[in-house]
Each structure stands twice: as structure tokens, then as C-alpha cells.
Design a binder for this molecule. Structure first.
Ligand code: P6P
Length: 327
């Protein structure tokens, strides 16, 4: 029986090697892991708990909200609030950020950005969904209330980023700026166990991932690149759940693209809690992540919590090749 390192052990060990060994940052990571376990428990039983189906609400960014979205959002926010070591949260599901000032007992210096349940349109048909998170050091003084600038920071300022993929198995993948490590949830012991140490994205892959349904509204450069991919016998894979599509890209190599379209002239995906955390992970694993103007995603100015961008992310050689066509 292989003895696997648990997430808690890995975090504590990592804490010992960090300058900021206050334990606050480690505690925050551990609370995110606990929230992930609770969401996992419900996501896995969703069909039985009769919480499927449209809630009928519309979230901040106009996506149709599923009941499980609300549950995941409430869970993440409560766990982070009760941790006493998080100053506040910005979520896809909330118009504005949430300041934990009254409950931030330790006057935490960290804020969290989250997409609590990404790809939720797939919930009812049992296709993988995910949670995405990013952690920033706050910019405002710890004794004061949070400000928008604490959240609207460049992705390059992230101190940690990760996702939970609720798929055939449940995985938590995160980085604190050095390596990218993957943990698989072992229901038997109720722990995330280290299963994919030091993940590296292949420098090139055979998969390209894009919603071809929008092909009529892609730029000529994107269309030229897609013709090139088809001519190269690359395989098209598109799940419609960014966490699942990016996780496959991280594991097998290749490229994921969500360009601007007529219905989303700025791009559909949100910089703060989708593109930046996933771009940090892919870059730390050796890949690249840019927008259609070939600007590094992590360098983009973030001026609004729900700001969108186009994204081309994946194996370095595939992204470079794509940009030769997209220009
Ligand atoms: P489309 C899910 O709603 C999401 O935000 C991402 O997870 C996913 O990559 C994208 O939207 C899918 O969008 O327009 O292809 O359905």
C-alpha cells in the first residue's frame, strides 16, 4: 500500500520553506481544501439531492444560475469567512466583493477570488465542472476595510492559484508560485492525496480546444489557425467547462482558445477568477497564456471584478504557433 502525502502534510511542509511562515497562508489553503471536499460531496450526489435544475436566477455576468452554483458559492464564502484568516472574497456569483472585516479576526493580509462552480451548464448532464481560486495579498492596510484595488490586481501579483475538477475523480491542482502539484481525493480517508507531483505541460500537444460553433464570428487569423490545425490532423476536444478543458491541456498538452465573438466582443471568460488563476498554473507548469493581441494574460490591467478577455492558453510551442497565424 503506497503511503501518499496528504494535502495538509504537503501544505505544512511547504510552509516550513516559506519566508512568510505565519501559517496564515497555509491555513487559507487548507480551508480552501475543506470547502472543496464539501462541494465535492454535493456535486457527486447532485442528481440525488434534487438540487439540479435551473434556479431561475441570473448571476452578475448574465449566466443562467444553477442551484449548485449557489450552494458552491455560499459554501466557499462561509468557509473562508469562518476561517478568520481571509480578509474577503470576490466571486463570479456576486456583483461586488465581500469584506469579512467584522469576522477577520486575525486581520488577514490575503483576499481570495473564486469561480465557485465553473462550467455549471454541464451539471445536469453529468459532465465535469470545477472550482477556480486565486489568492492575492491585499494592498490596503489590514486595519481598514477592503477596497476594489485589493482584488483588481494583475494576475502576476497572485501568490497562489488553483482549481478543483469534479470529474471521474476529484482533483485539486494548485501552485504557490514554484511547482504545480495535483492531489486526488481519496473518499476512503476523506483526504486529497498527492498524485501528480510537479506537473509539467508538454511543450506541444495534439489537441486543440475551441467552440467551433462560433466559427462564423472568429477573426480571420483564428480561422486560418483552425484550418491549419485541421490540416495537421490535430484532434478537436471541447467540453465547454474551462477547468476540464484546461486540465486536459495541462496533462496532455495542446491549446485552449476562447477568442472574441460577436456575442462576446471582449471575450467571454473573466480575467479575475478564470483566466488569471489558470494562466498562473499553466505558466508555472511551463506553458503560455495570452490574449488575441498576444498580450500576456497575467500582465493585463484589471479594472473591474467581472472584466472579460480573450484567451489562448496551453503548450508554449502551440501558443506561439497559433499567434503566428493570429498575429
Ligand atoms: P461556450 C462555462 O460557462 C464557461 O464559463 C467556461 O467554463 C467554458 O469554457 C465556457 O464558458 C464555455 O462557453 O460559449 O462555449 O458555451
Amino acid at each position: 500500500m503506497i503511503r501518499r502525502t496528504t494535502l495538509d502534510e504537503f501544505i505544512i511542509t511547504g510552509q516550513r520553506s516559506m519566508q512568510d511562515a505565519s501559517g496564515e497562508f497555509s491555513g487559507l489553503l487548507r480551508h480552501l481544501g475543506i470547502a472543496a471536499k464539501i462541494i465535492n460531496r454535493v456535486v457527486n450526489k447532485a442528481g440525488l439531492l434534487d438540487i439540479l435544475g435551473l434556479d431561475g436566477g441570473i448571476n452578475t455576468t448574465g449566466d443562467t444560475v444553477q442551484k449548485l452554483d449557489i450552494y458552491a458559492n455560499d459554501m466557499m464564502i462561509e468557509y473562508l469567512r469562518n476561517s478568520g484568516i481571509c480578509a474577503g472574497v470576490a466571486s463570479e456569483e456576486n456583483e461586488d466583493f465581500i469584506d469579512f472585516y467584522d469576522r477577520n479576526l486575525l486581520r488577514s493580509s490575503y483576499v481570495v477570488v473564486i469561480d465557485p462552480l465553473d462550467g455549471s451548464s454541464n451539471i445536469d448532464v453529468n459532465i465535469s465542472v470545477g472550482t477556480i481560486f486565486g489568492i492575492y495579498k491585499r494592498l490596503s492596510h489590514e486595519d481598514r476595510r477592503l477596497e476594489k484595488r485589493d482584488f483588481c490586481q494583475r494576475g502576476s501579483e497572485l501568490v497562489a492559484a488553483g482549481y478543483v475538477l469534479y470529474g471521474t475523480s476529484t482533483m485539486l491542482v494548485y501552485t504557490t508560485g514554484k511547482s504545480v502539484n495535483g492531489f486526488t481525493y481519496d473518499r476512503g480517508v476523506g483526504e486529497f492525496c498527492l498524485s501528480h507531483p510537479d506537473m509539467r505541460i508538454p511543450e506541444r500537444g495534439k489537441y486543440y480546444s475551441i467552440n467551433q460553433g462560433y466559427s462564423q464570428s472568429f477573426s480571420p487569423g483564428i480561422s486560418r489557425y483552425l484550418d491549419h490545425c485541421a490540416g495537421q490532423n490535430k484532434a478537436l476536444r471541447y467540453i465547454g467547462s474551462m477547468v476540464a478543458d484546461v486540465h486536459r491541456t495541462l496533462c496532455l498538452g495542446g491549446i485552449f482558445l476562447y477568442p472574441v465573438t460577436r456575442s462576446n466582443p471582449e471575450g467571454k471568460l473573466r480575467i479575475l477568477y478564470e483566466c488569471n488563476p489558470l494562466s498562473m498554473l499553466i505558466e508555472k507548469a511551463g506553458g503560455k497564456s495570452v490574449n488575441e493581441n498576444n498580450e500576456r494574460i497575467l500582465d493585463l490591467e484589471v479594472n473591474a471584478l467581472h472584466q472579460r478577455c480573450s484567451i489562448i492558453i496551453g503548450s508554449a510551442k502551440d501558443v506561439d504557433e497559433a499567434m503566428e497565424f493570429i498575429g
